[in-house]
Design a protein around this ligand. Structure first.
Ligand code: GLU
Length: 482
């Protein structure tokens, strides 16, 4: 059998982490079996679908490296196919027009609620006579199309993640709507379950791998496959992604779209790596860092967990830092530039590149997310600095003024400092003023950086020196002291 799987996002929002993780599993499964990974955009919901969401979804999948083999296929371009299937079901007597008005349905549901019953459609129009139909038509009612669901049916499938799953027909809410009403045609817009089944048949999907929130849909869809006399694919329902409280990760958790993670400074291979571990355990369970292609070699649905996958920020951060730390500096600097620019740090791309690379080398070991570069390099941008309480009190110590005066004079005389020059200068100053090296270093840190904590002092000084910022800042510190 040729493996053909799909990811079928609805463009009603930006690419969500749950959809992206489902895409990862489908991609891994396809690549493992040398099959095809197909992208289908489920855009039949006119009111909620937006082209910018489609754009965001395509970009997000590309960014993650989840290249697709076919598509994007848009459901709105395939309406005729769904129409034909609906007609087939009507012709076979497996579907029928239902004229119940919204008010009647509401009344039905309230009655059920009063009797403490689960809300369901009571199949009231399943067996209308031709006269009854004509009477409703004469009233001007426009029917939806409902697909018959036998209450006594038991739907059983062998789920590749969850094992045998059984659903009772009577738990599916009564005959289901497969097409909306239309003012001009016999029926209108097809609904989700119908369109999905028609597409999955047409695209010869062999395995439907999707989130466990679709389990009830699968039961309904199996009935549709049977009604359309089509082969039923294998199903695999992947666990939900849970937040720290163990509830389904939702918009309320703040960061949920792939773009959000990107903006926070997670790099694509780390994100893909982490999502692979959200519900899947590699055969060597100690292995945590791998590329998508490496994971594809070992991927199997048997090793996808049934239980929900708790989102673990600490682990994602750790994985991200592993990827960042092994990036070549020339690559990393490119990734940091946008963060500096967005923050308003002055970056002159034409002349600053070597300097930015050195800065990147300095801060790289302390980066967990790319956005950390903003704080980590904050003290190295800008002519003047704000002095913290600690820095101010350091500057007020005895002999600090004379020490810094000597340093700044030497700096002003010199061209550009090398590491050796700077070290020699510190030695000389220590001797001249008969002070401890510690005092010189702390005073330099206070004067140059304005804070007593921060990146390596010597490296920072050399970076500032390259831009002539050290003299400006030391003069500023001296003004503060006097
Ligand atoms: N459009 C559905 C969703 O975004 C996809 C469901 C499916 O994979 O069948 O949830």
């Amino acid at each position: 059998m040729t493996v053909r799987v799909r990811i079928a996002p609805s463009p009603t929002g930006n690419l969500h982490i749950g959809t992206a993780r489902t895409a990862v599993f489908n991609w891994l499964f396809a690549r493992h079996h040398g099959g095809k990974f197909i992208l289908r955009i489920e855009d039949t919901d006119n009111e909620r679908s937006r082209p910018e969401y489609t754009e965001n979804i395509l970009q997000g999948l590309q960014w993650l490296g989840l290249n697709w083999d076919e598509g994007p296929i848009f459901q709105t371009q395939r309406l005729e196919l769904y129409r034909q299937a609906i007609q087939t079901l009507l012709d076979k007597g497996l579907a029928y027009p239902c004229y119940a008005s919204e008010a009647e349905l509401e009344e039905m549901r309230s009655a059920q609620k009063a009797k403490k019953q689960a809300p369901r459609y009571d199949n009231r129009h399943r067996n209308l006579t031709a006269e009854e139909k004509a009477a409703f038509e004469a009233e001007g009612r426009k029917p939806v199309i409902r697909f018959k669901i036998d209450d006594n049916r038991e739907i059983v499938w062998n789920d590749l993640v969850r094992g045998q799953v059984t659903w009772k027909g009577r738990d599916l809410g009564g005959d289901m709507v497969i097409a909306r009403a239309s003012q001009t045609e016999a029926f209108g817009q097809p609904l989700y379950n119908l369109a999905v089944v028609v597409d999955d048949i047409d695209m010869q999907i062999s395995h439907v791998i999707r989130g466990e929130d679709h389990i009830a849909n699968t039961a309904k869809q199996i009935l549709l496959y049977e009604a359309l006399a089509a082969n039923i694919p294998e199903f695999a329902h992947t666990p939900l992604i849970l937040n720290q409280e163990g509830r389904k990760l939702s918009k309320r958790d703040g960061v949920t779209s792939i773009g959000d993670f990107q903006n926070l400074g997670f790099v694509a291979p780390a994100m893909a790596n982490y999502m692979t571990l959200l519900g899947w355990t590699p055969p060597d369970s100690t292995k945590e860092i791998f590329s998508l292609s490496e994971a594809a070699k070992e991927f199997s649905l048997e090793r996808v967990n049934k239980a929900g996958a708790k989102f673990d920020w600490a682990k994602l951060d750790w994985i991200n830092s592993q990827y960042i730390h092994q990036l070549p500096i020339e690559v990393l600097v490119e990734m940091l530039i946008p963060y500096w620019e967005q923050t308003g740090y002055k970056v002159d791309l034409a002349s600053d590149r070597p300097w930015l690379e050195e800065l990147t080398r300095l801060i790289a070991p302390s980066l967990t997310r790319l956005a950390d570069a903003i704080t980590e390099s904050r003290l190295l941008f800008g002519e003047t600095v704000e002095y913290s309480e600690d820095a101010r009190s350091q500057l007020k110590n005895e002999q600090v003024a004379e020490v810094l005066e000597t340093v700044v004079e030497a700096v002003e005389k010199a061209e550009e400092l090398t590491q050796a020059d700077a070290q020699q200068l510190i030695k000389d100053v220590t001797k001249t003023h008969k002070v401890k090296k510690g005092l010189v270093m702390r005073s330099l840190r206070a004067g140059l950086m304005g804070e007593m904590q921060g990146p390596d002092l010597m490296q920072s000084w050399l970076l500032l020196n390259k831009k002539g910022l050290d003299r400006i800042r030391l003069r500023q510190a001296l003004t503060l002291i006097s």
